[in-house]
Design a protein around this ligand. Structure first.
Ligand code: GLU
Length: 372
């Protein structure tokens, strides 16, 4: 195959459980091979690919029937412990056919809450790629419990794509894309492209989901929109179609929905904060003047003199929320002081800002994404 000048150099591909497992939960090795073939072609052509694959829980399900007293969380953890090994060894076996060494990365949502841990993970995956080891990522389902879980692997793949500065993210499930109505009804077709708020497909998407995966189209769309707003091109497509990723990249007429980033890419620290809103440890209340300064067009830091209250217990470097005097959430950022120092310094002028503007995201950005 001749070398093509691909539009993207770094891509992430997420494959859902429903694509690579069969009805009885066993792995659909033929389907996995098709996906591996696509990735092999792209890797050989110099593209950096990260694969995020679900399927661990589904693949383990057939092996053990948990005892009656085993609760559902533990049952899923057991299935994942068995299934992840099957999933990964199958991937390793298939990639080896193409002389590609695949390595496993297991992530937890908590791992994203700490910037050091986040950078460790980023360094590890970068080093794998540099050494031509293909990262195959999944959630560490054996330690995942509801409160600390990724909503689904769509969310995990979005965070991965954002962390690794991927230029495109492919979300492959068993549907062809987002439709502008109920699929199969008169005049209903796939929405080809969504840029910013130009189309509002939420009205058409039901929150129902099918089969083994945790996610559904609604969470897929929410993730896709958030990641697109960071400047990543997101493609929602059907992983049951052979060569779907290659076909999209080659510009073939195949069904998919593309969400396009309409704006520039935010700084990396802001991207990390943007995905961290569930990890806030405490909060500070700011006065009117500080609120106005933060919301003004010009970027400004939050100074200690603008703070009138401190809530919760947090360490220096933790993520905290910023509230106005009415209790409204204005944004969040990384604190330069711990909560004790902050309490002692209310209204005092300190040499360093409480939150530097490089480490601060405002609610508009959190809610609407960067520039959409
Ligand atoms: N991590 C889960 C698994 O491998 C899948 C989560 C999801 O369905 O998105 O089974």
């Amino acid at each position: 195959m001749k070398n093509i000048d691909w539009k993207y150099k770094k891509i992430a591909i997420k494959v859902g459980s429903n694509v690579i497992t069969q009805e009885d939960g066993s792995l659909n090795v033929g389907r996995m091979l098709r996906i591996v073939e696509d990735i092999a072609v792209l890797s050989k052509q110099g593209l950096e690919v990260i694969l995020i694959s679900s399927g661990a829980v589904a693949a383990g399900r057939g092996s053990v029937v948990p005892a009656k007293r085993t609760n559902i969380v533990s049952a899923k953890q057991i299935w994942a412990a068995i299934g992840q090994v099957k999933l990964m060894s199958t991937y390793q076996f298939l990639f080896e056919k193409y002389n590609i060494i695949a390595g496993q990365v297991l992530a937890t949502k908590e791992g994203f809450s700490d910037r050091r841990h986040y950078l460790n993970m980023k360094n590890c995956i970068s080093a794998m790629i540099e050494n031509k080891v293909l990262p195959v990522v999944n959630e560490n389902d054996t330690v995942a419990i509801n409160e600390l879980m990724f909503t689904d692997n769509d969310e995990l793949s979005g965070m991965m794509a954002s962390m690794m500065d991927s230029q495109a993210l492919f979300l492959l499930s068993n549907v062809d894309g987002i439709y502008n109505g109920v699929p199969g009804s008169d005049g209903v077709e796939i929405i080809k492209e969504i840029c910013g708020d130009s189309v509002n497909p939420e009205q058409y998407i039901t929150s129902s989901k099918s089969g083994f995966g945790r996610g559904g189209m609604l969470t897929k769309y929410t993730t896709a929109r958030k990641i697109a707003s960071e400047g990543v091109d997101v493609f929602i497509a059907n992983g049951n179609r052979d060569s779907i990723v290659l076909d999209i990249l080659r510009g073939k007429e195949v069904p998919f929905t593309q969400l396009r980033g309409c704006n520039g890419r935010p700084k990396s620290v802001k991207k990390w904060l943007y995905h961290s809103d569930t990890f806030a440890k405490g909060a500070v209340v700011v006065n009117r003047g500080a609120k106005d300064a933060l919301l003004a067009d010009r970027a400004s830091s939050l100074l200690m003199v603008g703070i009138t209250g401190v809530e919760g217990y947090f360490e220096k470097g933790d993520i905290i929320r910023i509230l106005d005097e009415e209790g409204n959430n204005i944004g969040l950022g990384k604190s330069a002081y711990d909560s004790r120092k902050a309490e002692q310094s209310i209204g005092v002028k300190l040499p360093r800002p409480f939150i530097h503007y490089h480490y601060l995201v405002l609610n508009d950005e959190l809610r609407n994404g960067f520039g959409t």
